[in-house]
Write a protein that binds this ligand. Structure first.
Ligand SMILES: CC(C)(COP(=O)(O)OP(=O)(O)OC[C@H]1O[C@@H](n2cnc3c(N)ncnc32)[C@H](O)[C@@H]1OP(=O)(O)O)[C@@H](O)C(=O)NCCC(=O)NCCS
Length: 170
């Protein structure tokens, strides 16, 4: 068993309760499972409770059918101070045809928290291979892009009136 458990795999059979109106698996069912596998991967890595702060670059590359066996492969790509990025790749298997397709990918950012749900330090990531170093650098770049997008969006929308302020009771 390695010192740091950075990867986690979860396999689930797609059942009829996960179907959308077209009879394929609902995108929302996949999103829930993406979040669950990222949670399990991050919590096991951190040995603490973790919460999801963002989920991005979710791609639905091909439909998944009810009855298929779906495997979620997750890996801790990057650890900052309190946050970590988990990359998830999804593969669907047609059990009769024995055909396996890459159907989804996404990046989930989780934050390690204490019992009061306040952010705490996540264990520093040991980069053991060239591949892990590349994953880390790419994830670091994505973190910078996320921060830049938040900042630029704030700047560009600063003078737009907030039409939703009536929803938040002061
Ligand atoms: C996650 C949470 C505890 C963070 O608290 P916070 O006071 O906002 O924390 P900070 O601003 O210090 O940021 C914490 C980390 O999140 C990162 N972060 C902040 N905003 C982010 C965003 N939009 N996307 C990705 N990461 C983000 C920060 O970079 C920081 O990472 P670092 O410590 O590795 O540098 C708080 O936002 C929260 O409780 N959110 C709700 C989580 C939840 O309930 N999820 C389930 C949804 S149903």
């Amino acid at each position: 068993m390695p010192d740091q458990e950075k990867s986690l795999q979860m396999t689930i059979l797609m059942t009829p309760d996960m179907a959308n109106f077209a009879g394929n698996v609902h995108g929302g069912s996949i999103l829930k499972l993406l979040d669950q596998v990222a949670y399990a991967c991050a919590a096991r890595y951190c040995k603490s409770y973790v919460v999801t702060i963002s989920l991005d670059q979710v791609t639905f590359l091909a439909p998944i059918k009810v009855g298929e066996l779906v495997t979620f492969r997750s890996h801790v790509n990057y650890v900052g101070n309190t946050s970590l990025e988990v990359g998830v790749k999804v593969f669907a298997e047609d059990l009769q045809q024995k055909e396996i397709r890459h159907t989804n990918s996404c990046y989930v950012t989780m934050v390690a928290v204490d019992d009061d749900r306040k952010p705490i330090s996540a264990p520093a990531l040991e980069l053991e291979t060239e591949f892990e170093k590349k994953l880390f650098e790419a994830a670091k770049m994505r973190k910078q892009l996320r921060q830049e997008a938040v900042k630029r969006n704030r700047e560009m929308t600063a003078d737009i009136p907030d039409y939703n302020s009536d929803l938040i009771k002061k």
